[in-house]
Design a protein around this ligand. Structure first.
Ligand code: FE2
Length: 217
């Protein structure tokens, strides 16, 4: 028997995907609010979405080379209350700054990707490795994030960026930090196990174009 959160994940995968990603607004089939567009390639967010989700998930496998990283935070609704049952999707480069091929054409976000679903207190976490910056550009290290809310189209939020990244210049901050879903800028701290830990709280709908007044319904 499906728990409510599992059922919600499946509902999103099969009911919201066509409305949000493939045929937004103009299709007339979208009963959910379509927000935060444009979201080029958003269909990849749902490719491989597991039937069972946990609040603490992995992006990179445990044996992935690189510096261990944990991304964690709390998801808040428009009223500032913790939001349970919200899915966070993340994808990133490996430690060399590359998106290693996933071995499937079903999506184009590479191999290092994962989903977590916030618990009763709105908390979520990912274990992974710290991403490298792209080798062919000066773009700062980053982890891409999307939010999937029940009954609403997916939307991307500001990437996780690292305060101690030398690539994150003032000019880059000015262009990359938009406040979508709150701030993605975080200073890593080292825990007792040698894991870099960053906190990325998420504020649903904040600075998301088209998001309904008053936040989450
Ligand atoms: Fe990227």
């Amino acid at each position: 028997m499906l728990r409510p959160l599992q059922a919600a994940a499946i509902l999103i995968a099969f009911a919201i995907l066509p409305a949000c990603a493939a045929e937004p607004a103009a299709s007339g089939r979208a009963r959910e609010a379509v927000v935060g567009l444009p979201c080029e390639g958003c269909e990849a967010v749902f490719a491989g979405l597991p039937a069972t989700l946990t609040a603490h998930a992995r992006i990179a496998p445990a044996d992935e080379p690189g510096r261990p990283l944990r991304i964690k935070g709390t998801i808040f609704d428009g009223a500032g209350m913790p939001a349970p049952g919200v899915i966070v999707y993340a994808y990133q480069t490996n430690a060399q700054g590359l998106y290693p091929p996933a071995g499937t054409a079903a999506h184009h976000h590479g191999r290092l990707r994962g989903w977590a679903q916030s618990d009763a207190e709105g908390r979520y976490a990912f274990d992974t490795v710290r991403p490298g910056g792209y080798p062919d550009s000066d773009l700062p290290e980053h982890v891409h994030l999307h939010v999937i809310e029940v009954g609403r189209c997916t939307y991307y939020i500001d990437d996780v960026l690292f305060e101690d990244d030398p690539r994150l210049t003032a000019a880059k901050r000015a262009t990359l930090i938009t406040g979508r879903g709150g701030s993605g800028l975080a200073m890593p701290t080292l825990d007792e196990a040698g894991v870099h830990v960053v906190v990325r709280d998420i504020h649903l709908g904040r600075n998301i174009p088209g998001y309904p007044e008053g936040g989450r319904e």
